[in-house]
Design a protein around this ligand. Structure first.
Ligand SMILES: NC(=O)C1=CN([C@@H]2O[C@H](COP(=O)(O)OP(=O)(O)OC[C@H]3O[C@@H](n4cnc5c(N)ncnc54)[C@H](OP(=O)(O)O)[C@@H]3O)[C@@H](O)[C@H]2O)[C@@H](O)CC1
Ligand SMILES: Nc1ncnc2c1ncn2[C@@H]1O[C@H](COP(=O)(O)OP(=O)(O)O)[C@@H](O)[C@H]1O
Ligand SMILES: [Mg+2]
Length: 279
């Protein structure tokens, strides 16, 4: 049996630092989120909300133009780029610390083109969070992950089955770890007890509630993983802190709510992070 370490509250103070007085928005990372087709605009809006509310310094959302007004209604802090104008998106993607691709991206030809181009242009030092439709596209087209970026995959169990070939019933820590190693990526396998595969170590979350079982909950986690890894240097630990915070906030809200809306998790983040920062 392989060892599985618990993700507990202690990860928060290990990761979330008090902000230095002489910092500015650039200190907290540039992040680009790519996704949100005409039908799935909410997904990229929720992911973008999570990135801004977890403290990323500068956030740009590359999405279908039909989502622009709603994005800005929810989130005036985010910049917008029309995903049909890749010449405008390219320099912003190249300058980003973190790229999140997939929430609501869809799986049509345009989505596949975008993903292919992003895989081509990411470079060393960048972190690439691959979620939702992007994972389905990777699996369906047998795409190789880029080798220069640090890749973080955030599949739910069916997406992980598609990417890894491991049936949900066979997704044991041993089996998952073997594929995570082959992929040379940090893998967050989401379920009621989410597991994280990073640096040859397996972690299991200790929080989470069925009140989270609602569309957009994973899109929100992808944005948080983006926001946390943009700000905090130790990437594996930043991922663990994002996973823990996502469920801890939901658990707290679920004490008084039957269902937790994904945007409520984002809206709780600034106070939650304030309360749990290290001195
Ligand atoms: N508001 C918006 O814009 C929203 C947009 N979204 C965007 O939609 C895109 C598609 O993402 P997706 O996850 O909805 O669909 P897909 O990849 O087909 O997977 C579902 C299939 O897998 C199965 N399944 C088995 N186990 C499972 C598990 N543990 N967790 C989840 N599913 C599990 C499941 O089984 P079933 O539920 O049918 O029993 C079903 O057959 C993606 O880009 C996403 O970002 C959504 O976030 C929603 C809000
Ligand atoms: N019963 C549950 N207990 C704890 N967490 C859950 C439960 N159901 C769903 N979640 C969480 O909700 C999120 C669902 O992700 P995902 O299926 O990608 O959602 P979406 O794509 O709709 O945003 C994951 O973080 C998962 O851990
Ligand atoms: Mg998802």
């Amino acid at each position: 049996m392989v060892e599985v370490k618990k993700i507990t509250k202690s990860i928060l103070k290990d990761v979330i630092r008090k902000r230095p007085a002489d910092s500015f928005k650039g200190t907290y990372g540039k992040i680009v989120l790519i996704g949100g087709s005409q039908n799935f605009g909410g997904a990229i809006i929720m992911a973008s909300l999570a990135a801004v509310y977890s403290g990323a310094g500068l956030v740009t959302t590359v999405t279908d133009p039909s989502n622009q007004a709603s994005l800005h209604d929810w989130l005036p802090e985010a910049m917008f780029v029309d995903w049909n104008k890749f010449d405008q998106a390219e320099p912003i993607i190249k300058a980003a610390d973190v790229i999140v691709i997939g929430p609501g991206l869809g799986t049509d030809n345009h989505a596949f083109d975008m993903l292919t181009k992003v895989f081509e242009i990411v470079s060393k030092g960048q972190k690439l969070v691959i979620d939702g439709s992007a994972l389905t596209l990777v699996a369906a087209n047998n795409m190789k992950l880029p080798t220069d970026s640090l890749n973080i995959l955030t599949p739910h169990q069916m997406e992980w089955q598609r990417v890894s070939g491991i049936k949900i019933a066979d997704q044991s820590p041993e089996n998952n770890q073997a594929v995570a190693k082959q992929l040379n990526a940090i893998v967050v396998v989401k379920s009621h007890r989410t597991q994280v595969y990073a640096n040859d170590t397996i972690y299991e979350n200790t929080g989470g509630t069925p009140a989270q079982a609602t569309g957009g909950m994973g899109d929100t986690l992808a944005g948080m993983v983006g926001g946390f890894t943009a700000q905090f240097k130790d990437t594996p630990k930043a991922v663990l802190a994002a996973v823990y915070s996502h469920s801890a906030i939901a658990d707290k809200l679920a004490e008084k709510q039957y269902v937790v809306m994904p945007h409520q998790i984002s809206e709780s983040l600034p106070k939650f992070m304030h309360k749990n920062q290290a001195e």
